[in-house]
Design a protein around this ligand. Structure first.
Ligand SMILES: NC(=O)c1ccc[n+]([C@@H]2O[C@H](COP(=O)([O-])OP(=O)(O)OC[C@H]3O[C@@H](n4cnc5c(N)ncnc54)[C@H](O)[C@@H]3O)[C@@H](O)[C@H]2O)c1
Length: 264
């Protein structure tokens, strides 16, 4: 544990999720941060209120500009100033690009790209208003590097976020605002359970095969492993790092073929 985030006010979008968000909140809490947890679903806060009694909870849909502005009004009223932002909120889309209509496209991009940009924009203006320095960590995906069929649009949305990460890092360095991204490999979450049910009759076997054949390190990815890297990127320990993307994927993105390619 670093405790380097002690007393730092960190906003986590989509922070009520049981996938990545659970590990992000855990790691940031263990490192002393004050959590400001946003989610579109108020129900997702139920268990978290006991777990993080000092956290601030803000229900808002990040794809709606007026709701994003309300998040920042609420932050000014409750904790005052923010020190960090984790852009975790995201939705998936599993369909061939040539079969998606413009409603489906907009739904994905409105959250994963436009929503993320809206929150980042408000965060930066909040820091500039308070003459305060801060950090952004965007959650992207291994799909920026490697992908599979039915993921072209998701992959393109996360690639757009990686471009935004680099571009905003260049624009904001002079203001001492760092912007980095973390790209997870396969992590268990609600989003993925629904996905696996649509892809296979035996999700547990799918996970087992993935871990043993398509990861360099053959262990299940607990969300906190991503959370720990995010905590590092938000902390002063990474003060020389900006505009970078770190893939927390147990090595999946390195692999040309599955582990069973070479038979003894
Ligand atoms: N689970 C994985 O394997 C994996 C891998 C790579 C990247 N990711 C990325 O990690 C992030 C978290 O995904 P997850 O798998 O934990 O999913 P999840 O569905 O468990 O969590 C996402 C959370 O975001 C919230 N959310 C959705 N739309 C929102 C909106 N408009 N405004 C505010 N909150 C909203 C949801 O209610 C949910 O609580 C996403 O950006 C996802 O693309 C996940």
């Amino acid at each position: 544990m670093m405790q380097d985030l002690k007393g730092k006010n960190i906003l986590i979008t989509g922070g009520g999720g049981n996938g990545l968000a659970s590990g992000i909140c855990k790691a940031l809490d263990q490192n002393g941060a004050q959590l400001i947890i946003n989610d579109v679903s108020e129900n997702h806060f139920t268990n978290l209120r006991d777990k993080y009694p000092h956290a601030v909870f803000i229900q808002a849909d990040i794809s709606r500009a007026e709701e994003v502005e309300k998040i920042f009004e609420e932050i000014e009223k409750t904790v005052g100033k923010l020190d960090g932002l984790v852009n975790n909120a995201g939705i998936g889309l599993v369909e061939y690009a040539h079969k998606v209509d413009s409603i489906g496209f907009d739904k994905l991009y409105d959250v994963d790209v436009k929503g993320l940009w809206q929150v980042s924009k408000n965060f930066v203006n909040h820091l500039l208003k308070h003459d305060h320095l801060g950090n952004i960590v965007n959650v992207t995906s291994i799909h920026v590097l490697k992908t599979v069929g039915k993921y072209a649009l998701y992959s393109s949305a996360k690639s757009a976020v990686e471009g935004l990460t680099r571009g905003m890092a260049v624009e904001l360095g002079k203001n001492n605002i760092r912007v980095n991204s973390v790209g997870p490999g396969f992590v268990h979450s609600d989003q993925n359970i629904h996905l696996l049910q649509s892809l296979t009759d035996d999700p547990e076997k799918w996970v087992d095969d993935h871990v043993n054949h398509y990861q360099v390190v053959n262990r299940v990815m607990e969300p906190v492993k991503c959370g720990n890297v995010i905590a590092f990127l938000l902390s002063q320990l990474s003060e020389g790092v900006t505009g970078q993307s770190i893939y927390v994927d147990h090595g999946t993105s390195l692999m040309l073929y599955g582990n069973d390619f070479i038979k003894k």
